[in-house]
Write a protein that binds this ligand. Sequence first.
Ligand code: NAD
Ligand code: TYD
Length: 373
Amino acid sequence: MVEKKTVIVTGGNGFIGTNMVRLLINSKAYRVVNLDALTYAANALSLADLEGSQDYVFVKGNITDSELVSSLFDQYQPAGIFHLAAESHVDRSIVSPEDFMQTNVVGTYRLLEAARAYYVTLAEEKKQEFRFLHVSTDEVFGSLGADGYFTEETPYAPNSPYAASKAASDHFVRAYHHTYGLPTIITNCSNNYGPYQFPEKMIPLMILNALSGKPLPVYGDGSNVRDWIYVEDHCKAVKLAFEKGTVGGEYAIGANNEQKNVNLVNKICSILDDIAPPIEVPQLRERGLKSYTELIQFVTDRPGHDRRYAIDSARITRELGWQAEVGFEAGLRQTVDWYLSNPKWVDQASGGSYSEWIEKNYAWRADAQRESK
Ligand code: NAD
Ligand code: TYD
């Protein structure tokens, strides 16, 4: 039997982190040390079933805490790190860029420093094996016009504070490879969807708003385009990049699935109309809705809203043989099902704090919310 590798995953209680930790543990090839600060975006229920497993250790802590991070490297002697912890919501970055600076930039820098100090202590064989896998986004490349695709060669042109903070972290990762020889790999992926996504993001927000009869707020004219990938397909690509990727390299990851926002919201409504028609939902029965599409409202646009994202993932397909496996119609239906089947998780994640947060912090979004009532 092959000996399991111990790896650190940061941000394991978040959306992609949860799916990543599960993939690694289910592969039977890894033991995972999950370092997560449990911010608003985390959900303790997401990995509750792994508690007590020999292959899983949870450490509550902040990636900016150098002492803690170094102690984890010393204690667990990991074969690598999957760095996913981040502030991840563009809308929040418009209101509070400071948190993005701290976690995404300073946090990544502190992890790199700790990894560098640990790496130089390793025997040659362990050095060969060690990887710092940095999970990033296609948003670092800015906005596309009607044509073209992002690739690994696309120049960086971040537009939101979120994208700028991720771009800065990518640059630090790259520099630590170039300058210190740290074996890094960067992945830049498009918009993910699937189970465990915090319901401030577009897809779960629309599903849950619809089910409670709230407006479905589509920003601007709804024709902004995102390229959607099922979260497990993304995690498989990241695992493959960690195991077989070129050291110092980057991989653009996407599933060739561009959708206009308004079309996507219509698709979500049509799935819901099919599996949970408004007439069968007790709190909606009185409203006489025939379709959830009646809840769609066009609201004030996000400032600086990128028009279109689209990924050409030819490199990871050619070099590592990766391909997305989950079709969009099936993946979206599975996702809607998941949110319908996990009310406890949803309750814990929703908790009312998001709309309070909007009212308190976010002038343009609060206007949008009022308009859409
Ligand atoms: P998320 O917001 O759902 O989860 C982030 C996790 O990181 C949470 O569990 C949170 O508690 C933790 N965290 C935040 N700050 C921390 C800190 N200072 N110290 C320790 N833990 C901290 O995010 P996500 O959507 O799962 O994204 C994960 C990563 O993937 C991010 O780096 C993001 O930039 C990247 N990414 C996301 C997408 C997407 O569509 N969601 C696409 C491409 C890349
Ligand atoms: P989001 O899930 O926030 O991801 P990102 O901004 O990182 O792409 O948003 C996806 C798209 O949906 C984006 O174009 C903004 C739009 N959007 C809405 O139209 N309404 C909403 O309520 C939200 C949250 C997003």
